[in-house]
Design a protein around this ligand. Structure first.
Ligand code: HXC
Length: 257
């Protein structure tokens, strides 16, 4: 498969997508969105892939939705095309996705990173929702995901002023899981992805699905959902293997696919 706006490779059990529109700081145009979904379709269909990493360049994870593509669209056009609807497909993937972010993650770039299950940031990363300066607001989930991740006060301040947050503040605020030196970013993200991919794939996917319920449900319903899925895990061979391996003091060999 030849892609024009992204680079796609598989490293062991990890699928790697590198956003690749360097001249536009990886601005997210509709071609890139289509290609990201095609690459994710292929990774999700491949039982050999256990975790996906999405990254950009040293300078930018992505500087936002493509302003040049969007600037002259009218309300009827953007409504009829359900502009950005394809991002819901990105956000609703079942396999775990890690965003490895260096440089700018602005607007839709920050929102794409937040669609992933967690973010590992380089110490050079800068996050922001500057849409307000363009006369719009975040439109790919940012008002909701940012608020859940960092709380109302900071989300309001960021979305209403458009100011950027550096990596240290992003870690303090709960936006990113971990900050690493820029030179180590891809290796750290791939190592983390390999760890996840070495686990039982169905158990990883069920865990992701269940944690995501925390955002979608009230606590009591979320806890009930967790209990149901936890019970269901005992129908897998991987649960038997994982627990038997612990008791027998050996490494587990997960096989459910
Ligand atoms: C289209 C973009 C772009 C974007 C940068 N470029 N961001 N093109 N869409 N979002 C292009 C520039 O036009 C320029 O192209 C080239 O990339 C390099 O950018 P520079 O501005 O020259 O780089 P620099 O001076 O280093 O500044 C970097 C920057 C700045 C601070 C990141 O580019 C910037 O502010 N970009 C826009 C950020 C933004 O507003 N994002 C939110 C977008 S709206 P040329 O051809 O001139 O060399 C959004 C909405 C999402 O994301 C929700 C959907 C509704």
């Amino acid at each position: 498969m030849a892609y024009e706006t992204i680079l796609v490779e598989t490293r062991g059990k990890v699928g790697l997508i590198t956003l690749n529109r360097p001249k536009a700081l990886n601005a997210l145009n509709s071609a890139l969105l289509d290609e990201v979904n095609q690459a994710l379709d292929a990774f999700e269909a491949d039982n050999g892939v256990g975790c996906i990493v999405v990254t950009g360049s040293e300078k930018a994870f992505a500087a936002g939705a493509d302003i040049k593509e969007m600037a002259s669209l009218t309300y009827p056009q953007i409504y009829l095309d359900n502009q950005f609807g394809g991002w819901d497909r990105v956000a609703n993937r079942r396999k775990p996705m890690i965003a490895a972010v260096a440089g700018f993650a602005l607007g839709g770039g920050c929102e794409f990173a937040m669609m992933c299950d967690f973010i590992i940031a380089a110490d050079t990363a800068k996050f922001g929702q500057p849409e307000i300066k363009l006369g719009v607001m975040p439109g790919m989930g940012g008002t909701q995901r940012l608020t859940r991740l960092i709380g109302k006060a900071k989300a309001m301040e960021m979305c209403l002023t458009g100011r950027m947050m550096d990596a240290a503040e992003a870690e303090r605020s709960g936006l990113v899981a971990r900050v690493v030196p820029a030179a180590d970013l891809l290796n750290e993200a791939l190592k983390t992805a390999e760890t996840i991919a070495s686990m039982s794939l169905p158990i990883v996917m069920m865990t992701k699905e269940t944690i995501n319920r925390a955002d979608e449900m009230f606590l009591a319903e979320g806890i009930r959902f967790e209990r149901r899925v936890f019970h269901a895990m005992f129908a897998t061979a991987d649960q038997k293997e994982g627990m038997a391996a612990f008791v027998e003091k050996r490494a587990p060999e997960f096989k459910d696919r």
